[in-house]
Design a protein around this ligand. Structure first.
Ligand SMILES: [Zn+2]
Length: 77
């Protein structure tokens, strides 16, 4: 088990993304918190992100790809 530094809940290691640069090899935030963070980030930056994306065939950075459908829907809404 590992405690998420954002929501403070103890969760199974499977609930954390891998991070090769951290000491225990896992991100400090659980997957749920990372997900929420990106959703908020995309919501905040919708207007500027939309300028760079021309339609549904966009390529997201690796870190966003997992949530691609949801994030694209937010930005293009
Ligand atoms: Zn969390």
């Amino acid at each position: 088990m590992k405690r998420c530094t954002k929501c403070g809940k103890s969760k199974h290691f499977r609930e954390f993304h891998l991070s090769p640069f951290s000491r225990d090899g896992l991100k400090p935030w659980c997957k749920d918190c990372c997900h929420l963070y990106w959703v908020r980030y995309f919501n905040r930056n919708k207007a500027s992100l939309r300028k760079y994306w021309k339609g549904p065939k966009i390529r997201l950075q690796e870190k966003y790809r997992r949530y691609e459908d949801e994030l694209v829907a937010i930005v293009l809404r």
